[in-house]
Design a binder for this molecule. Structure first.
Ligand code: HEM
Length: 503
């Protein structure tokens, strides 16, 4: 009885001290947020289903204004969605450190460009800029076209009977093939062999990292390490890392045998070189020295990761939007007919540049459904961000999806209007920080042009051959590693010829 009483007193005392600490900490921020409870802070507000996270963030922003402070236990988080604040953060050279949620990627990607910070990030970013040179980008086009054809055959044989299906897993395979082949020069043929060990391991990693990012329980290292997920996670990492190591070592030997010792900034090396990206890493030097093996593996993993799920999500949501907006889809088709005399013809790099309307459609679809709906930064110094006082140690969440759906920045924001992005017609210039699909500032997406090219190849290929029809469904969005829908992203397909004959 005495012990129970003593424990109760200790608990009350700790709770009281915690509450005092949390209430004091709120004063380190000059903007509001919900009142924290002792010990858990506002953590109880986030013990929710995956699909409830985005609505919860939105409702906090609606209640408290442009910036909201919440505490998860004693850790402060600040959610922002005003382009003025976002610009101040993303252009501050001292605020380039990613938030803690990126830590779950570290066992897989190591300290690559996406997760690293400081001098290492600066050096590697500079080194990798040539990878996105025009010539090197062109070397990826044959890869995208080849994989697009496989996708087209697959859609025709299995999915074009007018029955509904989920786009995400199908598109994920073509995106994975595009990523492995353009980044490492080898394909794991996931479209033809979806049950391969590599494909299954990447899927497992995606699933487990997403779980850790959204589930407050599994986010804790100690609990995760005791769970059954840990074994699956470690096994998948070892499969993925072993395979990529083999590919890298094989290519290194090939270069040695051919006596190729320097990349020498010759970006033309890319045009017909299917190993262009890997060669750039293998042959480049930092401060007169070859890139360390570990760094090289980390960057390869990072680029594979950064380019796969994001483009999957992007392609899936554009097709979803096209299914709902038949008149827009017809305009995209008309544009294709204007570019190609023969719809079986493959697009050249310059044909892709002519697909202006498709580009507007992509931008508008990704405004409503940004593949990366939230990004996070660790605030590493006491900061004044365009008037917001934020204490060191806070995690800042940039709520991209709700900013891009905010009527303050887009008229009639939930309507699908690709012409918003018609730069030739638009008289008013939009704040560049109000469209953040590829982020902006110091740590913007390096693969933006690569992604646009890939999306255009896949989407133009589909629209030329198929009619994408809607399914009566409401997406149940959740912010995993990328924007996913709990109930899938479903459409129906009919071959265009058949459609024209039947209707
Ligand atoms: C539709 C497709 C894509 C979208 C929506 C997208 C979006 C983004 C966003 C929002 C960021 C910033 C993340 C942050 O600040 O935390 C980012 C970073 C990055 N992206 Fe992409 N991305 C796409 C495709 C790609 C592709 C195809 C590649 C590579 C081939 C790529 C490589 C990277 C890299 C390396 C970074 C890290 C840059 C840095 O921190 O310096 N991305 N991407």
């Amino acid at each position: 009885m005495m012990i129970a009483l003593l424990l109760l007193i200790v608990f009350v005392l700790i709770s009281f001290l915690s509450w005092i600490h949390l209430m004091r900490d709120c004063n380190n921020f000059n903007f509001p947020g919900p009142t924290p409870l002792p010990l858990v802070g506002n953590g109880h507000m986030f013990v929710i289903k995956a699909t409830e996270l985005l609505p919860r963030l939105h409702s906090l922003l609606k209640t408290y204004g442009d910036a909201v402070r919440v505490h998860l236990f004693h850790q402060p988080y600040v959610i922002i969605y005003n382009p003025k604040h976002i610009e101040a953060v993303l252009t501050d050279p001292d605020l380039i450190t990613k938030g803690v949620s990126y830590d779950y990627l570290v066992p897989w990607l190591g300290d690559g460009l996406l997760t690293s910070t400081g001098e290492k990030w600066r050096l590697h970013r500079k080194l990798l800029i040539p990878a996105f040179h025009f010539n090197l980008l062109q070397s990826f086009l044959p890869v995208f076209l080849k994989n697009q054809k496989i996708l087209e055959d697959k859609l025709r044989c299995t999915y074009s009977d007018g029955k509904e299906f989920d786009l995400f897993p199908i598109v994920a395979q073509v995106a994975l093939d595009n990523a492995t082949e353009s980044i490492m020069g080898v394909s794991f043929n996931s479209q033809q062999d979806p049950n391969s060990k590599y494909v299954k391991s990447v899927e497992t990693l995606d699933r487990i990292v997403s779980l850790r990012m959204r589930d407050i329980i599994y986010s804790k290292e100690a609990i995760f390490n005791l769970s059954h997920h840990k074994k699956a996670h470690d096994e998948a990492i070892s499969v993925v890392l072993d395979l990529t190591k083999k590919v890298i070592n094989k290519r290194r030997k090939e270069l040695q045998n051919q006596n190729i010792t320097s990349y020498g900034g010759r970006t033309e090396l890319g045009i017909k070189n299917k190993h262009a990206f890997l060669d750039l890493l293998l042959l480049s030097e930092i401060n007169g020295k070859r890139i360390e093996d570990t760094d090289l593996h980390e960057e390869v993993q990072t680029f594979l990761f950064a380019s796969q799920d994001t483009t999957t999500s992007g392609i899936a949501y554009v097709l979803y939007c096209l299914s709902k907006e038949q008149s827009v889809q017809e305009k995209v088709f008309e544009e294709q007919k204007a570019i190609f005399t023969d719809l079986n013809q493959d697009p050249s790099y310059s044909d892709l540049q002519q697909m202006k309307y498709l580009e507007m459609v992509i931008k508008e679809s990704l405004r409503l459904y940004p593949p990366v709906p939230l990004i996070a930064r660790l605030i590493t110094k006491d900061a004044d961000i365009a008037g917001l006082k934020i204490r060191k140690g806070s995690t800042l969440i940039v709520d991209i999806i709700h900013m891009q759906r905010n009527p303050d920045y887009y008229d009639d924001p939930m309507s699908f209007i690709p012409e918003r992005f018609d730069t030739s017609a638009s008289k008013t210039s939009r704040n560049p920080f109000s469209w953040l699909v590829f982020s902006a500032g110091h740590r913007n997406c390096m693969g933006q042009k690569f992604a646009m090219m890939e999306l255009k190849v896949i989407l133009s290929g589909i629209v030329k051959k198929f009619k994408v029809l809607p399914v009566d469904m409401e997406l149940q969005l959740c912010a995993d590693v990328v924007l996913r829908s709990e109930n899938g992203v479903k459409v129906k397909l009919l071959p265009r010829n058949e459609f024209l004959n039947n209707f």
